[in-house]
Structure formats: structure tokens, C-alpha cells
Design a protein around this ligand. Structure first.
Ligand code: FE2
Ligand code: FE2
Length: 305
């Protein structure tokens, strides 16, 4: 079998097959089966938030000050259901992208085997997200028809470096946030458990995707680099639209128009978005993948200062 270009290397970096081999070993040592790793029978803790206050879109606004404690907790439940739903959509798209990638790969290589391992992780994550949405007494947010059509087509365009960068956009922003909040003692225990499992397994996925980007960039043409450096900016408005929308406030029983307006203008929420995007932004900069168009899109969406 021939070796795909992204697995060859000119520098001292280990080749992708070696990276994949190490990640497979890591997966064997430390993986979780949420069906047994989470205590599904434990009751929800009265008065605890489903997401820490500081990451809720309205935290710090005038509207937030008017909300009762119950309303705030309910909003945290709906925002959790939303973020897990977005995670489900993203992992669905990623897995289909990876499956298509596998059609072009040597099925006997560690590279292919790690891709399959990662897909298995994501299948368990999707189950876990769905179960937690149900467990906290919320309902999942569903994609609209037009979004579903786009999500069906997307994996066919996510090839080469676009697949890796797309994976990082979906993984790193949530990851940075989860790392900061999973230890919050005010969090519902089931949510904290979910985040601990997810952070552990995503660390491998992020490593794999980052290595994928770096290897790919060594052989990329200027055109490919330019294209990826600017197309990745679409992630900004997509994330913004997915994470803050009226549907969340409707379900929380709030004035959705006012809530959306105040959330969009909320400097605290913007700061959280910037902090969440910072590690990925730095990585993209380092690899020459933050084009002018993309930078403006991330800024407009509130993820860059
Ligand atoms: Fe995941
Ligand atoms: Fe992942």
C-alpha cells in the first residue's frame, strides 16, 4: 500500500502512523464506557446548576439580575441541553467525515485503526450526551431541515486539512470550556462526570487532529493553505448561531427577544468565547492558518477580541 502524503514527514516530528500507534495505546489504557462509568441512578441535586453560572449566556446582564434562582437554574439546564445537542451534531458530522477518509486509507495501518478508535469514542460520547439530556429532564435541540441538508453534505467537503481543522473547531472550543468548569463544586454531579470522561478522550482526538494539520501543512500548496486559512472562518458564525439562539430562552420560559439581544451584547459572554477559542486561535496562527477573512469572521462572531 502507498503512504498518504499527510503521513510522510520532512522534519523530526514523528510520522502519523507513530502518532496513531501511541494514541491507540493511550486509548487501551484509558477509555470509558459511560453506560457504567456514570452513576445514572444518582438523583439530581436540588439547587445545583447544570452549567456554571459564569458560562451562561446571560450571566452579568441586567436580565440575569432580574431572574430568580429557579429561572437561572432552568436556563442552565436548557443551555446544557443545547451545548450537548450541538456536540451530537458535530460528532455525527465528524464521524461521517472520518468514515469517508477511511475509504482512502490502508485498513491495515495504525492510522486507520486510530481513526476507528476515535469514531468508537464519539459513538459512546453521542450516547452519553443523549442520555444526559434525558437524565437532566431536558429535550434535545434538533437541527432544522436546511441545516440537516448542509450537515449531510458537509462530510464530503471535509477532506485533508479541512477535516482536521474542522475537527479542531468542533473539539477545542468545547474542550477549553469543559476543562475550566468540570471541577466546579456547584455543578450537578452527572454533568461533572460527563465532562471528565469527555475531556480525557478528547485530549487524544485533539492531539491527532493537531498532528494531522501540522503534517499536512508540510506538503500543502500555497493555494490549499490560503483556502483552509480562510474557509475555517465559517466556524465562527456557525458556532455563534448554534450556541446562542432564541430556542434556548423559549424553553427556559424567558422573553426570548430580550434574552437574545442581551446575550449577544454581553461583554462577559464574549470574554468566555474568546477564552474558549484562544488555544485554537494560537495554534492556527502558529501554523499560518488564520487568514484575514477568517480572522474577521471569528471577530464578528465574538471569538476574537
Ligand atoms: Fe466527543
Ligand atoms: Fe472528539
Amino acid at each position: 500500500m502507498t503512504t498518504a502524503p499527510e503521513r510522510t514527514h520532512r522534519t523530526s516530528r514523528p510520522p502519523m502512523t507513530q502518532v496513531a500507534g501511541r494514541l491507540i495505546n493511550g486509548s487501551v489504557r484509558r477509555s470509558y464506557e459511560p453506560a457504567v462509568a456514570i452513576d445514572w441512578d444518582a438523583p439530581l441535586v436540588e439547587g445545583k446548576y447544570f452549567l456554571p453560572k459564569e458560562v451562561i449566556s446571560l450571566y452579568g446582564t441586567a436580565y440575569w439580575e432580574e431572574l430568580t434562582e429557579e429561572q437561572r437554574i432552568e436556563l442552565s439546564r436548557q443551555e446544557l441541553a443545547n451545548v450537548l445537542s450541538v456536540g451530537l451534531w458535530f460528532e455525527n458530522i465528524l464521524n461521517r467525515g472520518l468514515l469517508l477518509q477511511l475509504l482512502r486509507e490502508d485498513p491495515a495501518s495504525p492510522f486507520a485503526h486510530y481513526v476507528l478508535t476515535e469514531m468508537g469514542d464519539e459513538c459512546r460520547h453521542m450516547t452519553m450526551f443523549g442520555k444526559v439530556i434525558d437524565r437532566v429532564g431536558a429535550r434535545p435541540f434538533r437541527m432544522r431541515f436546511a441545516d440537516r441538508v448542509m450537515a449531510s453534505a458537509l462530510p464530503h467537503f471535509l477532506r485533508g486539512s479541512l477535516l482536521w481543522v474542522g475537527a479542531l473547531i468542533g473539539e477545542e472550543i468545547f474542550d477549553a470550556q469543559q476543562r475550566r468548569i468540570m471541577g466546579d463544586p456547584e455543578l450537578q454531579p452527572v454533568v461533572a462526570q460527563l465532562m471528565r470522561i469527555h475531556v480525557t478522550e478528547e485530549a487524544r482526538h485533539i492531539r491527532f487532529a493537531r498532528e494531522g494539520v501540522v503534517h499536512r501543512m508540510q506538503d500543502a500548496s500555497r493555494f490549499e493553505r490560503f483556502l483552509v486559512a480562510n474557509l475555517q472562518g465559517i466556524g465562527g458564525p456557525v458556532m455563534q448561531r448554534a450556541l446562542v439562539h432564541k430556542g434556548i430562552y423559549h424553553r427556559a420560559g424567558l422573553d426570548a427577544d430580550r434574552a437574545l439581544r442581551e446575550a449577544r451584547a454581553n461583554p462577559h459572554h464574549r470574554e468566555m468565547a474568546v477564552v474558549g477559542f484562544a488555544p485554537l486561535a494560537a495554534f492556527l496562527e502558529e501554523n499560518g492558518l488564520m487568514g484575514r477573512v477568517a480572522r474577521r469572521m471569528w471577530q464578528r462572531a465574538g471569538f476574537l477580541p
